[in-house]
Unconditional design. Structure first.
Length: 366
């Protein structure tokens, strides 16, 4: 029965919620292997054996939000806060470009210091210097107008995990935050024209397979270009410090299911996955992941951007990270790809808005 459902997923990229739940409830070693095989075959059909690199710049760990699981939540008074200056950020972009990264991911807490004006300045400066490089933002929830200003300044993509598509679970872990607003932000980003990346954590305390089916369905309905999935990992200075984190096995299962349901999606094998298992990122790639995000942040701040315990690569210079990750990708039998790496369905749409600073030609980039 389970292989029949996996075949259906492979052939039609969809199935019912009941069948998804059946797969999650009944997966054993043999059927997991089959699931991963089908996921791999799907990625080979869409992106081949390529794995895309993105340079991650963690530019602020100030945050006004209080997500229960996160080490930089506002109520963690032990967090050693920092902000990179605009010059620091441009330096990271310079290093990234020299190392061959054609996409930057600017990620941070929800930090009111980075107003729309400041973000527009940062985006404009990077785009003026590197018009062919893509900018991905990951700054949490902002207004429609704010997203629009950053898009018009030249930002291309936005990562905003929905975290969990189950309202009760969302509210349990996000005191004072709105489940509806988070989702609304994703629809807004999509409407504005960003390539969007929702995503969720695997193994949140109290999360069931039914909740994970909700996540799979939400992602499918949203039709995103990217999707970020990683295990929940407890942070020592949060209320969830003593909880059990998500597993590699469950995370790779979810990666494989997301790949089967969304063949075109750009799917990172995350640092969090690499942090709970030395071979975590390789396992994520084999299960259908096709993006890695090596760190470009200055080593002096890496430890401080501490969302969870045991984060890897905090001491390595950007160039070392680049080499390490490249060797890992090759070692797992895949090929490093250092172009901008836009979503393939997106490329065929060839969306170029004249009012937006996008000087590259889509055809020339791939
Ligand atoms: N502030 C922004 C971006 C930075 S947080 C935002 O929240 O969208 C980026 C992601 O880190 C979050 O979406 C969350 O899924 C993940 N994260 C935070 N704490 C974590 C933890 N303890 N374990 C695993 N992932 C975590
Ligand atoms: Fe802030 Fe993001 Fe951490 Fe939530 S997950 S506390 S929004 S940095």
């Amino acid at each position: 029965m389970i292989k029949k459902y996996i075949n259906k997923l492979y052939e039609t990229n969809n199935t019912t919620d009941e069948e998804l739940l059946y797969i999650l409830d009944n997966l054993d070693v043999d059927s997991k292997e089959y699931l991963v095989e089908k996921s791999h075959a799907t990625r080979m059909r869409t992106y081949g054996n390529k794995v895309y690199m993105r340079g991650l710049i963690e530019f602020t760990n100030y945050c006004v939000k209080n997500c229960e699981y996160c080490g930089i939540r506002v109520s963690n008074k032990k967090a050693d806060r920092y902000r990179l200056t605009i010059e620091d950020i441009i330096d990271c972009a310079d290093i990234g470009d020299r190392l061959g990264y054609k996409t930057y991911v600017l990620q941070g807490g929800e930090d009111p210091f980075f107003t729309d004006e400041i973000m527009v300045e940062i985006i404009t400066k990077i785009k003026d210097k590197y018009p062919n490089n893509a900018i991905t933002l990951s700054l949490g929830e902002r207004s429609y107008e704010s997203y629009e200003k950053m898009f018009k300044a030249g930002a291309d993509r936005y990562l905003l995990r929905h975290e969990t598509a189950t309202k009760e679970l969302y509210e349990k872990f996000h005191p004072g935050a709105s489940f509806e607003n988070r989702r609304e932000c994703l629809w807004n980003l999509k409407k504005i024209g960003f390539q969007i990346g929702p995503g969720f954590m695997v193994g949140l305390p109290g999360q069931t397979n039914k909740d994970l089916v909700n996540d799979l369905r939400f992602v499918k309905d949203l039709e995103p270009q990217m999707c970020g999935i990683g295990p929940f990992i407890p942070h020592k200075d949060t209320n969830l410090a003593n909880e059990i984190g998500g597993s590699v096995d469950k995370t790779t299962t979810m990666l494989a299911l997301i790949r089967l349901m969304n063949p075109d999606v750009l799917l990172p094998s995350t640092t969090a996955l690499g942090s709970i298992d030395t071979q975590g990122r390789e396992k994520g790639i084999k299960a259908g992941g096709n993006v890695v995000m090596p760190n470009l942040s200055p080593t002096s701040v890496r430890e401080k951007y501490s969302l969870y315990d045991g984060k890897i690569c905090t001491g390595d210079e950007a160039a070392e990270c680049r080499l390490c990750i490249e060797n890992r990708i090759k070692g797992a039998g895949f090929e490093v790809e250092i172009t901008r790496g836009d979503n393939i369905a997106w490329q065929t749409k060839k969306v170029i808005k004249n009012d937006v600073k996008r000087t590259f030609t889509l055809e020339g980039d791939y």
